[in-house]
Design a protein around this ligand. Structure first.
Ligand code: BGC
Length: 447
């Protein structure tokens, strides 16, 4: 029985985490296409920045909009709709003959990414028992990183298929999107949402399959009381004086995560590698190394996060990022690109990010807010995260072109230094405590 129930839970969580995989795939796939879409659509650097970032505007809107349909039609049904939008966006952008068509389809892809970035973790947390929630939230980050690696790899495989290579790179995303849609037909709706809709019996059936019927009744009571609590949470409370210090933590971690410059490498790696004198194919190969290191160190982080705690990981990672960014910046300033120097330090940077602020930002954002305000406060932090993803990826090609790589990476290095000080002097440790304990400690101490 134990085994059967956990298989059921793992399958449902994995299906939802496919939303994270598409998030990773869709955001990173663009990196392999930029060397080809720039000449095809006759894009300036500013134009390229806008074209790459069009998806991210969609993400911001997707996060903002997904709460309501998620509440009205259910998390699972809204994720199904997002899966279809992923599919349409993949096919549409791959067929685009004009720039505006390309941008519109990427924008819709962004709405799907934003929706998945809110609803996949929300669905997982609502279907999983409290004791496993932390690990399962991290499963979503793991899926994001796997999605990024698959995108890099398929870009590498497709680069040689001819002048339509960038179209194929985008079109293949239709496959996981379709798979996501079909597998969502086989998972249950979130029991928490069902309770909200008064479908208590159905919720009880699902909880029994997850936990056995004895535990299910206790959990159903908990859910009923927390659903009741959640109804009292409003945006006014999210922005209240009492919650502000916690909101600041979520928002600052979101800003810092993006101001490390991670996505300047995730989205523009082949261009960077080409700029320092590599051919497109070898540049794409090096990009795969970026994805592989990212995945490996995300796994390292997941193993350490509950043992070492969030702060030690952030400190180690921030130091690694400051050092590697400093070396990269100096290499750009002095035009020293011999051998694999830049690649090695880019990989050290990626490893430092993946072990620290990459997963930790998402985990902390998901755990510091009081139960009843969690989803609203999380959406504020996640919208901030996407807004900064957008700003960095919009301005990066321009900064790279006008001021050079030295200035760009120096700015990111200074931000990592600020992150280091912030973590050492301001951030509370959140390891090993239940959400309710955290709520008591953080809200009363800071409020
Ligand atoms: C970030 C993404 C980034 C990815 C890289 C995520 O935690 O939110 O912006 O592309 O990590 O692994």
């Amino acid at each position: 029985m134990e085994e059967k129930t956990s298989t059921f839970l793992i399958i449902a969580s994995t299906v939802a985490a496919l939303g994270g995989l598409l998030f990773g795939f869709d955001t990173a796939v663009i990196s392999g296409t930029t060397p080809f879409i720039q000449p095809f659509f006759h894009l300036s650097d500013v134009g390229l920045g806008w074209t790459v970032s069009s998806l991210l505007i969609g993400c911001i809107i997707g996060v903002t909009l997904s709460g309501r349909p998620g509440d009205l039609f259910g998390r699972r049904n809204t994720l199904r709709a997002a899966a279809l939008v992923f599919f349409v966006s993949a096919v549409g952008s791959s067929l685009a003959a004009r720039l505006w068509v390309f941008i519109v389809f990427r924008f819709f892809g962004g709405i799907a990414v934003g929706t998945a970035s809110m609803l996949s973790p929300m669905y997982i947390s609502e279907i999983s028992p409290g004791a496993r929630r932390g690990a399962l939230v991290s499963l979503n980050q793991l899926a994001i990183v796997i999605g990024i690696l698959i995108a890099f790899f398929s870009n590498y495989l497709l680069v040689g298929v001819g002048p339509d290579n960038w179209r194929w790179m985008l079109a293949v995303m239709g496959l996981p999107a379709l798979f996501f849609f079909i597998s969502l037909l086989f998972v249950p709706e979130s029991p928490r949402w069902l309770v909200q809709k008064g479908k208590t019996e159905e919720a009880f059936g699902i909880l029994s399959r997850i936990n056995g019927s004895e535990k299910a009744s206790t959990e159903l009571r908990d859910i009923e009381s927390s659903v009741h609590n959640e109804e009292r949470g409003t945006y006014r409370e999210v922005f209240s004086k009492e919650l502000r210090p916690l909101l600041m933590i979520g928002v600052l971690l979101a800003i810092f995560q993006q101001m490390t410059g991670i996505n300047s490498i995730m989205y523009y790696a082949p261009i960077i590698f080409q700029k320092i004198g590599n051919g497109t194919s070898s540049a794409l190969m090096q990009t795969i190394a970026v994805g592989a290191v990212n995945l490996t160190f995300t796994i390292v982080s997941l193993k350490l996060i509950d043992r070492w705690g969030r702060k030690p990981l952030l400190i180690v990672g921030a130091i690694g990022m400051v050092v590697s960014l400093a070396v990269i910046a100096i290499a750009f300033f002095t035009h020293h690109f011999e051998g694999y120097l830049i690649l090695v330090f880019i990989l050290i940077f990626i490893a430092s990010f993946a072990v620290s602020i990459g997963p930790v930002a998402w985990v902390v954002i998901a755990e510091i807010f009081p139960n009843k305000l969690r989803s609203k406060a999380m959406s504020v932090a996640i919208v901030t995260l996407w807004t900064f993803t957008f700003l960095v990826s919009l301005t990066f090609p321009v900064i790279l072109d006008r001021l050079g790589g030295g200035a760009a990476f120096a700015i990111f290095g200074v931000m990592c230094l600020l992150l280091l000080f912030y973590v050492i002097f301001r951030l509370p440790e959140t390891k090993g405590k239940s959400l309710e304990e955290l709520e008591r400690i953080l809200v009363s101490k800071r409020g």
